[in-house]
Design a protein around this ligand. Structure first.
Ligand code: FES
Length: 175
């Protein structure tokens, strides 16, 4: 396997904006995730080959940032921040509530493939903690009742064939 021509073309098109091959690693990971929904170990090998970087380096970066998904994801990525501000303001209750409602543990996807629950580090909304995201949509000062409403709304939207949250793909991100 190799990186798709489209991804290679995108990376080549922005190469001049980045000082080193290593600096292109994050854009390359984003491109793969945009196209495939997640980044597999095979994709990491392909990126490493393309950018002349060892797999260990690619894996190190991909696994550090929680925005990179290293396993197939549900249609809705429900991210709950469990860093200090959010934890002090009830994130633990939100996590317990989501686990109970969706019957999944952290990092798991529901049997119907609709939701993946992910505990994440700071979402940069510490002043309005606790913060969560449904795909690319932010929600702040969330309590358990709101979380259950958001899950119910997302279930309704999915059943109606709608996309939940903003599209995760950002065209022209690197222009
Ligand atoms: S600690 Fe949760 S948004 Fe910063």
């Amino acid at each position: 396997m190799a990186l798709s021509e489209k991804i290679q073309k995108t990376i080549e098109g922005i190469r001049h904006q980045f000082p080193t091959e290593q600096a292109l690693l994050i854009p390359a990971l984003h491109e793969v995730q945009n196209d495939y929904g997640w980044v597999s170990i095979e994709h990491m090998k392909d990126i490493g080959e393309f950018l002349h970087l060892p797999l260990s380096k690619v894996r190190e970066v991909a696994s550090f940032y929680t925005m990179f998904k290293l396993s197939p994801q549900g249609k809705v990525d429900l991210q709950i921040c469990t860093n200090i501000s959010c934890w002090l303001n009830g994130a633990d209750k939100l996590v317990a509530c989501a686990k109970k409602k969706l019957h999944v543990a952290n990092g798991e996807t529901t049997a119907d493939g609709n939701f993946t629950l992910t505990q994440v580090e700071c979402l940069a909304a510490c002043g309005t903690a606790p913060a969560i995201m449904l795909n690319e949509d932010y929600y702040e000062n969330v309590d358990e009742a709101q979380l259950l409403n958001l899950i119910a709304q997302a279930q309704n939207d999915l059943a109606a064939g709608k996309v939940v949250g903003k599209e995760t793909r950002i065209e022209g991100l690197w222009l």
